[in-house]
Ligand binder design. Structure first.
Ligand SMILES: CCN(C(=O)c1cnc(C)nc1NCc1ccco1)[C@H]1CCCNC1
Length: 338
């Protein structure tokens, strides 16, 4: 609940270091949903009771049932959102949404069709966009904006901790209104967001070992709490993977597990700081019967202009660098995660 110091924590579940999600409720009485708190988008959607029986991804998840909520308000406007990884279609409804114990009357989307890829693999039910209003579909005021206008938060910021080891509990934590010193050491270093109304910053270079190989003339980096991996322009990532001896197969880049200990750091130059990831941070070591598999948590993704080209720093970056998203000063702060 929102303890009276103006911050509201929500514990997150860590699924295989690739999906992090927390619980919210919608409706009265409360209907519970697991959602990704996603800085890469700005809308809230959950599967709908009225989704088509052919939408497998829909009926394998919790679904919102308006007819069981006495605070439901009909809207009915169409909704559709396209991610690089899949798309969601449905219609708008309004109801009481509770996040970290804070209730807001929120317009959200009831999803009636979810693309099987990737949502059949989702351990979460829906997505709660933590992005700016500028990128909200149908001009809907996002949840965090509704919470800020209640003036219950100590600071107009939210922070994200992602654990690196699925066995730890909690698997992560979202704090509305502040940061949680239990999960970082040292000071925050801040980077101003580009003035685009997105959680994106200017990156000044990407280095492998001591050699700046990409983005030397500057490029855009999106800090996306809703993405599992780090993505970059496909051509750059393929050179990066070649440099570390990774090979691409149908499920991403792999390295020989024997070479993992020798892999170089990959460093992202943001603001005045270098943010390095070691092989511990960017290799997903999975032990299988038929032998260990070492996946590299980088993916090539070409985002077309004007949005792209860009790099996306996702969960594996945030797991190493505790991140504060500051709406008051339009900046992002990074501290070393514990
Ligand atoms: C949520 C949609 N996203 C995913 O990348 C995505 C897709 N499909 C599955 C199964 N999982 C995803 N993310 C898991 C996760 C949780 C926290 C960190 O990563 C992205 C789309 C673009 C905006 N940002 C979010």
């Amino acid at each position: 609940a929102d303890n009276n110091n103006g911050t509201a924590p929500t514990p997150l579940t860590n699924y295989l270091d690739t999906q992090y999600f927390g619980e919210i409720s919608i409706g009265s009485p409360a209907q519970m949903f697991n959602v990704v708190f996603d800085t890469g988008s700005a809308n809230l959607w959950v599967p709908s009771q009225s989704c088509s029986p052919f939408s497998t991804a829909c009926f394998t998840h919790n679904r919102y049932d308006a007819s069981h909520s006495r605070t439901y308000v009909e809207n009915g406007t169409g909704f559709s959102i396209r991610y690089a990884s899949g798309n969601v279609r449905g219609f708008l409804s309004e109801d009481v949404v509770v996040v970290g114990g804070i209730p807001v009357v929120q317009v959200f989307a009831e999803a009636t069709s979810l693309s099987a890829m990737p949502f059949i693999f989702a351990k979460f039910d829906g997505v709660l966009g933590m992005g700016y209003p500028d990128v909200a579909i149908d001009g809907i005021t996002p949840v965090f904006d509704r919470i800020m206008s209640q003036h219950v938060l100590k600071e107009e910021v939210f922070s994200v901790y992602y654990s690196r080891d699925p066995k730890h509990s909690p698997g992560g934590e979202l704090v509305l209104g502040g940061t949680d010193p239990n999960y970082y050491t040292g000071n925050f270093n801040y980077v101003k967001t580009k003035d685009t109304g997105k959680w994106e910053v200017i990156m000044k270079g990407v280095s492998v070992g001591t050699h700046t190989m990409f983005c030397a003339e500057g490029c855009t980096a999106v800090i996306d709490t809703g993405s599992s991996y780090i993505t970059g322009p496909a051509s750059s990532v393929s050179v990066l993977m070649e440099t570390i001896g990774a090979e691409l197969d149908e499920s991403g880049y792999k390295v020989n597990c024997d070479t993992v200990k020798l892999l170089p750091s990959v460093t992202f130059h943001l603001g005045g700081q270098e943010y390095s990831l070691t092989h511990e941070d960017y290799i997903l070591w999975q032990s299988h019967i038929e032998g260990d598999v070492c996946s590299v948590t980088f993916r090539g993704l070409d985002v077309p202009p004007p949005t792209g080209p860009l790099w996306i720093l996702g969960a594996n970056f945030i797991a190493r660098y505790y991140t504060e998203f500051d709406r008051k000063h339009n900046r992002i702060g990074f501290a070393t995660a514990v």
